[in-house]
Design a protein around this ligand. Structure first.
Ligand SMILES: Cc1cc2nc3c(=O)[nH]c(=O)nc-3n(C[C@H](O)[C@H](O)[C@H](O)COP(=O)(O)O)c2cc1C
Length: 372
């Protein structure tokens, strides 16, 4: 083989080897549509109960832990529970956010059940955020139940990037806050409070990313590889964090829990928060009069009602809860923003040009259904 032939041969070998290597890697983000909904049996439930549970599980939750489970007492009679193994002890030590997420789950149950002709009779059982049994629900067949377009539940998602800077139109603010004036407040990006919330969100993220316990907890819930995502069907996937392309390929194949603890990862997280807050229509705050279990569940339901309204107006919402999670920032919010009530949600809001399909994962129903 002469020199020229050798170089050509070596080049082709490298390209082929590179191609073969690439084919053996984790090539694609694992998304919701990739989940095969296996029903391995165990508890036999009615088809409409299963659909209601599937829809309920599409509720949002912090780090997508899906902190709920359902005890099946008998057909159309369940207890909704809080799954302690899913609590976020480092960022949510009082389980405030767990209760809010379970509230969103309850709202989905109510809307989905209405669609099948049932009204829900809820009885709150919990007296503290740490109780396991949260609420009992009985489904009553009614002929004038409220129907709700369940497509809205299926299509709801958190969007984190590409927010436009236009402020929300008056009619959209009115639509989003109808019947909720006492609880939802819009802070447009022209207000001075907006700037403060931007800065404090960055600051709270800086503080949180420096906390090893919070970072370790986050590492437990990031699903870098498709294999991990497929096994767990929960947590923060690269697709849900809107990481695509070569960056996603690299992270899927070369990143793991230990990398989350590195300074470079922590710095990158704060950088992406700086970028996120740099463009939005402003902030929406959801407040409550107290912090009781019933109120937190109601507030979670309120969040979900709001989130289910936004897609039709091309509005995106991104919960950014770190100000409330870090002591240094949570203590100043009331005096600075001028609210006496308890702030339960800090939501970045904005119009988006396009609304992508949901990608975050959910555990199949049989994984959160328990027989008593
Ligand atoms: C109580 C609560 C707190 C949340 N906090 C944050 C947050 O601080 N940052 C963030 O990016 N998303 C936050 N989220 C959004 C979740 O990460 C998101 O709902 C979850 O990953 C599922 O994705 P989906 O909403 O697209 O279905 C929060 C959601 C809830 C209900």
């Amino acid at each position: 083989m002469n020199r020229r032939n050798f170089i050509a041969f070596a080049g082709a070998t490298i390209v082929v080897a590179g191609g073969v290597y690439y084919l053996s890697t984790d090539k694609k983000n694992f998304v919701r549509a990739d989940i095969k909904d296996e029903w391995t049996g165990g508890i036999s439930i009615k088809e409409d109960e299963r659909t209601i549970l599937q829809l309920a599980s599409l509720a949002p939750s912090g780090h997508n832990t899906q902190p709920w489970f359902v005890k099946y007492i008998e057909p159309y009679h369940w207890i909704i529970g809080s799954d302690k193994s899913k609590w976020l002890l480092a960022v949510d030590p009082t389980q405030r956010e767990t209760m809010l997420s379970i509230g969103a789950f309850l709202q989905n149950i109510e809307y989905a059940a209405g669609n099948f002709g049932y009204s829900c009779q809820f009885t709150v059982l919990a007296t503290s955020n740490q109780d396991e049994d949260i609420a009992e629900v009985k489904f009553i067949k009614t002929y004038n139940s409220e129907t709700f377009d369940i497509q809205k539940i299926k299509e709801r998602r958190t969007i984190r990037s590409n927010y436009l800077a236009d402020i929300l139109k008056k009619e959209d603010v009115a639509y989003l806050t109808t019947d909720e004036y006492d609880f939802i407040r819009y802070i447009p990006n022209s207000a001075k409070e907006h700037q403060w919330l931007n800065e404090q969100t960055i600051e709270a993220n800086r503080i949180q990313t420096c906390r090893d316990d919070a970072e370790k907890e986050l590492a437990e819930w990031i699903r870098f590889s498709s294999k991990d995502a497929k096994v767990h069907c929960d947590g923060l996937t690269l697709a849900s964090m809107e990481i695509e392309g070569i960056a996603a390929w690299y992270l899927r194949n070369f990143y793991g829990k230990a990398d989350v603890m590195k300074n470079s990862f922590r710095e990158k997280s704060v950088d992406s928060v700086i970028e996120q807050v740099s463009s939005s229509a402003g902030w929406l705050l959801i407040t409550s009069k107290d912090n009781s279990v019933v109120t937190l569940l109601e507030t979670g339901k309120r969040l979900q009602r709001l989130l289910l309204k936004i897609r039709e107006r091309n509005i995106a919402i991104h919960p950014m809860t770190q100000i409330l999670e870090e002591k240094a920032t949570s203590q100043t919010i009331h005096s600075y923003i001028g609210v006496n009530d308890n702030v339960q949600f800090i939501l970045r809001a904005g119009y988006v040009k396009s609304y992508p399909q949901p990608v975050s994962l959910r555990r199949p129903v049989n994984r959160f259904l328990r027989k008593i």
